[in-house]
Write a new protein. Structure first.
Length: 209
């Protein structure tokens, strides 16, 4: 758990840039004249750095706390039951990656489980053994970042997109809302790929050890 917190902390700058870009775009869309006037004499990059250093950790902490890890997995993988990628580690992912030696995994762990719950349980046990490997650690960090970006994308649809539909100018507000939906879809598909890659990397390292 401590390692996951450290990985999340390393992702804070990227999450803040993502959040800032969405907020600035919303402000520029809803109040284009005032926004242009307000920012013409300021360095936007400097503003983002100052705000990021001061309130980004707190703001991201609050936003990320609105959605649980299980809910984030649902939003990423679009499955209500057993959404974690480890739930299909042995019945699907291990069969689709040429790096994974399934016979070696069977030699180490016996008959490989088929139920989603047991698959995720065994996969997590293997992950704990291989978590210090640089490939596993990097893919875990990438997945956590992509997962958090996905959850933020959903929050943007709710807290930015819906208000924009109400108070924004037609049809720009509709285009903006559709843009947020597309952003969520693109980010979530990327998170799916990184999550499955993370699971496969763990199995590949284990089967080659």
């Amino acid at each position: 758990m401590e390692k996951e917190k450290n990985l999340k902390a390393k992702n804070t700058p990227q999450l803040w840039v993502f959040l800032s870009a969405n907020i600035l775009f919303l402000c520029g869309m809803i109040f284009p004249t005032y926004f242009k006037e307000l920012t013409k004499d300021f360095d936007i990059v400097l503003i983002l750095k100052v705000l990021g250093a001061s309130i980004a950790p707190l703001l991201l902490f609050l936003l990320n706390g609105l959605i649980s890890s299980h809910q984030k997995a649902i939003l990423v993988f679009w499955k209500f039951k057993h959404p974690l990628p480890g739930s299909e580690a042995f019945t699907k992912l291990s069969k689709n990656d040429h790096r994974i030696d399934r016979d070696k995994l069977k030699e180490i762990h016996g008959s490989l489980p088929k139920s989603p719950k047991q698959q995720n349980k065994l996969w997590y046990k293997i992950y704990k053994k291989t978590s210090s490997n640089i490939i596993v650690a990097n893919s875990h960090r990438d997945f956590l970042l992509a997962r958090d970006l996905t959850s933020l994308s959903v929050l943007f649809v709710i807290f930015l997109g819906i208000p924009a539909l109400i108070i924004g100018s037609w049809p720009i507000n509709l285009y903006y809302f559709i843009g947020l939906i597309l952003q969520y879809l693109v980010v979530s598909i990327g998170a799916q790929n990184r999550g499955r890659r993370f699971v496969a990397n763990v199995l590949a390292i284990e089967s080659c050890s």
